[in-house]
Design a protein around this ligand. Structure first.
Ligand SMILES: *Cc1c(COP(=O)(O)O)cnc(C)c1O
Length: 398
């Protein structure tokens, strides 16, 4: 049977693998040898499930919208990852990885962050587990994401500003990899999305797969069938999308719709629509679609949403695109903003700007009245209030 899951060499079709410096070889091999055994062990599963329930607040609700459904003429459910502790899906992954780090005897945790959401989720679990925490963050992001920087510091993490390149996420990731090379034996690198060398994309997808596991149970309860007609999620690196589709990926009855950030327009030169603009290349340890110039230099992505402006994409998603399993839509800044205000006014829920890109895809699809649509609301909008309140600069009527 055809499957879209990873093969034993860490590939999804032609994408994936582990392209790493020699010095990290041992580390990554160790992780590869340990992660499945650990994740599938009874003691890990119990501890993980209990923290997801009592600490994160899972299962997150699957909410059938009323006014939003009427507007689009179908049955739209929201998977409420915005209600998790720390306000997004990222905590599902950091809890799993820190449990694994502890099992592997690591004492020092490093992470990269762009908007600061993954940094906060990592600093949170490091406080919980009493582990040293170092978060690399581009100086540009440190300046524009001050509330998250202060949260990380209050949680006890050391935030290291990175001044290379564009001083954003890509540069923070480079610096985290450099740190890892210097401390391969005692350090665990908690990657925040389905990116990086194998086994990270598969490990992060598995840790986020609780999202689709719950959707299945919840739909069976309220719709009498455990699958939807459409799954819709936004993609930065791809972790909330991977979690949303994980248990449906081989079920061809389910349409998969991935919303990437169009920025000011896919061909405007200011975009983060990596799947549509990217060419095959190697970024941060994996072969995937990468925004790059003719001679292979990484191009700077742009999106109004800091969580989506990454020049690469998970190898899972590159393969879903190449094999035509998923529909990829670019949602521009102004469309995401309009969708955020629409959800807020119709349902009383202020979404994260990233999640607003998934909502912005609804208007680009045609539904039948009986269609069941699940949109993953990856996070809440508190962190984006400044952007929302300044939207008059985008000419948006509020
Ligand atoms: C980080 C983030 C994203 C993008 O990351 P993925 O790995 O693509 O899920 C999306 N939504 C929110 C709320 C985030 O914090």
């Amino acid at each position: 049977m055809k499957t879209y899951h990873v093969n034993e060499n860490g590939y999804y079709g032609e994408f994936g693998g582990a392209y790493i410096p020699e010095i990290l070889h041992r580390c990554v091999e160790d992780l590869k040898d340990n992660y499945l055994k650990a994740l599938e062990s009874e003691s890990f599963r119990q501890e993980y499930a209990q923290l997801l329930r009592d600490y994160v607040g899972r299962p997150s609700p699957l909410y059938l919208t009323g006014r939003l459904s009427r507007k689009y003429g179908c049955r739209i459910y929201l998977k409420r990852e915005d209600l998790n502790h720390t306000g997004a899906h990222k905590i599902n992954n950091t809890i799993g990885q820190i449990l694994l780090a502890r099992r592997m005897g690591k004492t020092r945790i490093i992470a990269e962050t762009g908007a600061g959401q993954h940094g906060v989720a990592t600093a949170t679990v490091c406080a919980l587990m009493d582990m040293e925490c170092i978060v690399y963050m581009g100086t540009t992001d440190v300046e524009r994401q001050q509330p998250n920087v202060r949260k990380m510091q209050m949680l006890g993490a050391k935030v290291v500003p990175v001044t290379s390149g564009n001083m954003t996420l890509k540069d923070a990731t480079n610096e985290a990899i450099r740190d890892w090379c210097c401390h391969p034996s005692d350090t665990f690198y908690i990657i925040g999305s389905t990116v990086g060398p194998h086994p990270y994309p598969d490990m992060v997808a598995r840790l986020q797969s609780v999202i689709s596991e719950e959707i299945k149970k919840q739909l069976a309860g309220c719709e009498g069938r455990d699958y939807p007609d459409y799954l819709v999620a936004c993609v930065g690196g791809g972790s909330n999308a991977a979690g949303t589709i994980y248990h449906y990926i081989d079920d061809e009855r389910v349409n998969i719709v991935l919303a990437e950030a169009g920025g000011k327009g896919v061909y405007s030169g200011m975009s983060a629509a990596t799947i549509q603009l990217g060419k095959k290349g190697i970024l941060h340890g994996a072969c995937t679609l990468v925004m790059q110039s003719e001679d292979g230099q990484i191009e700077e992505p742009y999106s109004i949403s800091a969580g989506l402006d990454y020049p690469g994409i998970g190898p899972i998603h590159a393969n879903l695109y190449a094999s035509k399993r998923a529909t990829i839509l670019a949602v521009d800044d102004h469309e995401a903003l309009a969708a955020a205000f629409e959800l807020t006014r119709l349902e009383g829920i202020i979404p994260a700007l990233e999640s607003a890109h998934a909502l912005g895809a609804l208007g680009k699809l045609t539904f039948r009245p009986e269609d069941v649509v699940v949109v993953t609301l990856s996070g809440r909008g508190d962190k984006d209030m400044d952007t929302y309140l300044n939207t008059h600069t985008y000419g948006l009527q509020v």
